[in-house]
Design a protein around this ligand. Sequence first.
Ligand code: FMN
Length: 169
Amino acid sequence: MKIAIIYDSITGNTKKIAEAIKEACGENEIIFGNMDTDVNAVDLVFIGSWTDKGNCSQKVKEKLEKINHKKIAIFGTAGFGGSEEYFNHLYQRIKQWIPQTNEILGYFYCQGKMPLTVKDRYIKMMTEHPEDKKLQVSIENFEKALTHPDGKDVEHAKEFARRMIKRCV
Ligand SMILES: Cc1cc2nc3c(=O)[nH]c(=O)nc-3n(C[C@H](O)[C@H](O)[C@H](O)COP(=O)(O)O)c2cc1C
């Protein structure tokens, strides 16, 4: 089977998951790359994105809109959440860009660390709005995200990839 693994990653989190998926693809023929990759000749497309304002990146959106008649498996990383509910919400958002000629096999998300500038911004906001309890939660989430994607995330991504491949054969 021919498999494309394409991803958009700014700081490397989504790339790490893409590489885990690649490892799990075994003997299959792999095309690995960015959103410029031609996926016309493949049977299965793994497409991954970082999360930007509660959605996939603009590059991923534009690519998805052009893919037709493929089996698609979605993956991504997100700074917030860490909960299945949030990840499902992200999946529902990304799903809307995929033409109906495709078959979506499933999705996988995990948390991904954010740049330190994000924490600096929260701290600045806290000094301006000490009454805002949500900011403390955001800082705690920031700290939690720092170790992700971790070894477990990588293992889960591999399991996801194997499950998706099984659904194609
Ligand atoms: C401009 C910007 C916007 C972001 N928006 C969100 C968001 O809405 N939700 C979220 O969970 N994470 C958000 N993040 C966090 C990233 O999606 C997260 O750190 C991701 O793992 C980065 O992936 P990458 O290393 O592959 O680029 C945002 C990060 C940046 C820089």
